[in-house]
Ligand binder design. Structure first.
Ligand code: HEC
Length: 303
């Protein structure tokens, strides 16, 4: 029975020291050499963690692919170099840089400074932040230099974006330009309103009427084709002449061609100078007046 008692009172037992009590217990927590110091709480970067990340990446990618297939990117309007009713603008998030390039010391002979110098400095400084701003302080008000730089650049971006946008709106107003997407939206809303109120507008022709008429050939030789297009559908801010007879009478059309309208200069004399005859121009105007819904699908009148 004596052999089964292994308590400290057994004087015959040999004392074995574990560790050295004179060496103080380390108070600092050592950074474990690797994840194995936390069994069950950590995992290997390769391959476990990486595989998980890849899985998330794949799910995300599939999501984006599904979206691109189900919602194709909308096509913009066809590029039209003759369209003067168009002010090219960068996307909103680049407006501040666009505005920057309008200042004297950022343009002309200083253009490299505006395009590469200053933006390069700003983004280069961003990369240097981990080396420059080494303080362990996290509260922004305890890091006055970094915070001031950030607030300053934020204020500059907001200011420049606002100036650029305000200037754009002003330009639109001064030149009497309505951006195409807004024009289309307004037209759509107008049509919708008309439909809802029950008083649908009278049907307008949707194709060129009497396309075999000799006047159609005059149209192609006259200036009109340059702006209103071979298909007469205009585009790029220029109005379509399809169904124009539904909108204007022959007299009104003659007045428009003689005197111009809005952004269109007078056309009659310009075409006579171009070598067209008065008879041809008058036949063109008469033909335009026939561009009506009621004439669609009819035989061209005999001349
Ligand atoms: C330099 C370009 C240009 C040429 C050339 C031109 N037009 Fe136009 N036309 C325009 C523009 C721009 C407008 C829109 C004017 C506005 O409303 O401010 C317009 C408007 C019109 C309109 C009124 C359309 C509407 O819905 O109110 C008619 C009609 C018209 N043009 C007929 C002609 C005819 C006919 C010719 C040829 C003899 C011609 N245009 C040549 C640019 C042109």
């Amino acid at each position: 029975m004596a052999g089964s008692h292994h308590n400290g009172n057994d004087n015959n037992e040999k004392i074995v020291y574990v560790g050295d009590s004179r060496v103080p217990k380390p108070t600092k927590v050592h950074i474990p050499p690797d994840y194995s110091a936390f069994p069950g709480k950590s995992e290997a970067f390769i391959p476990n963690f990486l595989l998980k990340e890849w899985m998330v990446g794949c799910v995300f990618l599939v999501g984006v692919l599904v979206l691109t297939v189900s919602h194709p990117a909308p096509l913009g309007y066809p590029a039209d170099p003759t369209n003067t009713g168009f002010i090219p603008m960068p996307d909103w998030y680049f407006l501040f840089m666009y505005q920057l390039l309008k200042y004297p010391y950022m343009s002309n002979q200083f253009i490299v400074l505006g395009t590469v110098g200053l933006p390069g400095l700003a983004f280069g400084a961003l990369m240097l932040v981990p080396f420059l701003d080494r303080s362990p302080e996290r509260r922004f008000y305890r890091r006055p230099v970094t915070s001031a730089m950030m607030l300053l650049s934020l204020a500059a971006i907001v200011y420049l974006t606002n100036v650029s946008w305000t200037h754009y709106q002003h330009e639109l107003e001064v030149n009497g330009i309505t951006p195409e997407h807004i024009e289309r939206e307004e037209k759509m809303l107008e049509e919708k309103k008309a439909r809802e109120s029950g008083e649908a507008p009278p049907p307008a022709a949707t194709s060129v009427v009497f396309a075999d008429d000799p006047a159609a050939d005059v149209y192609e030789r006259a200036t009109c084709v340059q702006c209103h297009g071979t298909d007469m559908r205009g585009g790029g801010g220029l109005p379509s002449l399809i169904g124009i007879g539904d909108k204007y009478s022959e007299e009104e059309l003659a007045k428009i061609v003689h005197d111009g309208i809005g952004g269109m200069a007078p056309q009659y004399d310009a075409n006579l100078e171009k070598g067209l005859t008065e008879e041809e121009m008058d036949s063109l105007i008469a033909w335009l007046a026939l561009q009506k819904a009621e004439n669609e699908g009819k035989e061209a009148p005999a001349h």
